[in-house]
Ligand binder design. Structure first.
Ligand code: MSP
Length: 654
């Protein structure tokens, strides 16, 4: 196989039932698929991303009846809503498949005939406990107090003649495949669940429904009195979506296929689908990636609780902050495989800390400095200091780390790694102090080269960051690269992993544009934010204590400061004189009463929080141009308010 053929990638979402609508759960799975497809494109793969709708079966027929609409009209309306919503949210799927598509029906017939012809489908009678929610017979072991544990409803005993797929015939073969391929089903907990199912008795699968009971399905090619069981029909979308039995795309993509699902549909995928493929003599897909559920802070999301985070809420987030913020939040917050809590407070905290303060601040201050010191033209790096090389090395190492995390389905970690690079870039700026170099170069020509190099490194690391985030946050990546002076036509070539193999690709003399509002800070209590919260119908319980108005608190300018020097004030027991830097706000002297608790020497280098806009005061004849924050229990216990050392000096604390 040539290396070009090897570089194909295929990712799927479940096809969503058309008796429901988009919400945060299915939007999440689709976001992950979109990110993976983009990431693989970015890495030079030919990516195919399939999503769509599951439109047959009892549930759908009943929903259409309840809506008083002809079934086909009903399913088309909802399928269009899904498709339009995904387009509106910016998902770049390659195909939107519907199980009512003609080609899909043809593929289902093809597979049914193949398995039937080889004798793996037989006619028989079966009586069992049927869950209409799951649309399948549940085993006695699966019932909890006689009810389906997922739908919390009693099952119905149904006995009828039907067609059965000899699933049990493939039990041992599937177990062997899973044992030989440890990451076939991941994460491990779900692999273990499937192994446990395969180690117990496995019944054959009923794959038909008599038309006397259900008409809304794909007719069996070998018996016109029956329709195909909805799961048997739906799972085949993963093949019909790439044109199977036509070999073209199948050959290209199938061996790389990654299915994304949540834990609710583990058994149909892990067991039904895998054995169906074995019976049809089609090689198995590459990975089944199983994620947990999104829940709200008050528990499970459900329509009856009125806390479903639906497109209205997602749209409110998109309008207020941009779709990238939703993407960043869900991808950073959920550990793939575990449940995640969708909490607006966490979203806002992450937004302010990671996006506004960190990434936004890096971009805005770097571009502002280039404009101020170099007339908005990218300078030429001349000679690299140790710090410059360290930054370059971190940038070059990040891509490999991010690739590993994405391949292991640890997207939250991939983002963590990118944010470590952003942290390193912010620390680099604080250490190299371009604002000081700018002052010094007026009298010392050597400093001009140094400042050029520092500014270049800042911009070049921003190019790395923009490229690395592009699969996760495509709009922001675009905005940043345009601000760095690239034009639209250059973006497609630029957004490629291979562009990150070497440092120094950012051209010199490129015209940059200031970017102040990439991620404007959120005022957590503002009306706009509330609007997003209300859009979600999330219950918001606020306690009223002694309160001050938001604008009163906003008057206090709290900043991170780094202590540069500290010395005890002579003749004073308590006072220490500190020299601190507030980043771009410059240096200050602060006199603080912390001498009983701290030695002057141990304070140098620490990051603290200070009130930066306090009227200067005199203490023992020394001017104090600010006040530091410390916790005081009133009985002698005193502790400086600390902060992560990675936070750059000058950052606002809110
Ligand atoms: N139609 C079947 C799938 C057939 S695939 C061959 C189905 N549809 S569904 O509409 O119920 O979608 C289930 C999927 O939606 C989950 O597996 C998951 O991808 C997504 N989610 C639905 N609710 C979710 C959460 N609360 N949290 C996370 N994902 C959720 O099952």
């Amino acid at each position: 196989m040539s290396s070009k053929e090897n570089k194909s990638y295929y990712v799927t979402t479940p096809i969503y039932y058309v008796n429901g609508l988009p919400h945060v759960g299915n939007t999440y799975t689709t976001t992950v698929a979109d990110t993976l497809a983009r990431f693989h494109k970015f890495c030079g793969y030919d990516s195919f991303f399939l999503t769509g709708t599951d439109e047959h079966g009892d549930k759908i027929q009943q929903a259409a009846e309840a809506a008083g609409k002809p079934v086909m009209d009903f399913v088309t309306e909802i399928a269009n809503t899904f498709k339009d919503t995904w387009v509106e949210f910016g998902f770049e799927f390659s195909r939107f498949i519907r199980t009512t598509d003609k080609e899909h029906k043809a593929t289902v017939n093809h597979i049914l005939n193949k398995i039937h012809d080889k004798g793996d489908i037989y006619f028989g009678e079966y009586g069992g406990n049927y869950c209409f929610g799951c649309e399948r017979f549940l085993t006695d072991k699966e019932l909890v107090d006689g009810k389906c544990p997922d739908h919390q409803k009693p099952t119905t005993f149904i006995k009828e003649k039907n067609y059965f797929f000899r699933m049990s015939k493939y039990q041992a073969q599937l177990l062997e495949h899973i044992e030989k391929n440890p990451d076939f089903i991941r994460p491990e907990r779900y692999r273990n669940e499937i192994i446990a199912m395969l180690k117990g008795p496995l019944e054959d699968l009923c794959i038909s429904r008599p038309k006397s009971r259900l008409q809304w399905g794909i007719e069996l090619p070998f018996d016109k009195d029956y329709v195909t069981y909805v799961w048997f029909d739906a799972l085949i979308n993963y093949l019909s979506g790439i044109g199977y039995p036509d070999e073209n795309n199948f050959k290209k993509y199938w061996s790389s296929c990654e299915h994304l699902i949540a834990k609710d549909i583990l058994k149909p995928h892990g067991v039904f689908w895998s054995t169906m493929l074995m019976a049809a003599e089609i090689p198995l897909y590459k990975h089944l990636n199983v994620h947990g559920y999104w829940v709200t802070p008050t528990g499970k999301m459900s329509k009856s609780l009125g806390n479903v985070i639906d497109p209205k809420a997602i749209r409110a987030i998109k309008t207020q902050y941009g779709m990238d913020v939703f993407r960043y939040f869900v991808l950073r917050e959920m550990v793939y495989g575990l449940d995640g809590t969708f909490n607006y407070d966490t979203l806002e905290t992450r937004y302010n800390a990671d996006l506004a303060n960190n990434l936004g601040n890096l971009v805005s201050r770097s571009l502002a400095m280039v404009e101020k010191y170099r007339s908005a033209l990218t300078p030429k790096a001349v000679k690299y200091s140790e710090q410059d090389v360290a930054l370059k090395d971190s940038a070059l190492a990040t891509l490999a780390a991010v690739k590993t995390d994405v391949h292991n389905m640890e997207l939250h970690r991939a983002l963590e790694k990118i944010w470590q690079l952003i942290d390193a870039a912010n620390v680099y700026i604080d250490r190299t102090k371009p604002w000081t170099l700018a002052k010094e170069e007026k009298t010392n020509a050597d400093k001009t080269e140094e400042l050029n190099t520092v500014l270049y490194c800042q911009l070049e690391v921003i190019r790395f960051v923009a490229s690395l985030i592009s699969p996760f946050m495509p709009e922001s990546a675009r905005k940043i690269l345009l601000a760095l002076g690239y034009n639209e036509a250059q973006l497609a070539d630029l957004l490629k992993a291979e562009q990150l193999a070497s440092w120094g690709m950012l051209p010199t003399g490129q015209k940059t544009t200031k970017q102040e509002s990439l991620f404007p800070r959120i005022d957590v209590a503002s009306a706009d934010t509330k609007q997003a919260k209300e859009g979600s119908k999330m219950e918001e319980v606020k306690t009223q204590a002694d309160v001050i108005a938001n604008d009163e608190f906003a008057k206090v300018d709290l900043r991170i400061a780094q202590i540069l020097a500290a010395e005890k004030v002579e003749k004073s027991e308590k006072l220490i004189k500190l020299q601190v830097t507030l980043g771009e706000l410059g240096e200050r002297q602060i006199v603080a009463g912390i001498g009983k608790r701290y030695q002057a020497e141990e304070l140098v280098g620490r990051k603290i929080v200070v009130v930066a806009n306090l009227k200067p005061a005199k203490l023992m004849g020394l001017e104090s141009q600010g006040m530091l924050l410390a916790a005081d229990d009133g009985q002698g216990l005193l502790e400086l308010v600390g902060i992560d050392p990675l936070m750059p000096a000058g950052s606002k604390v809110r």
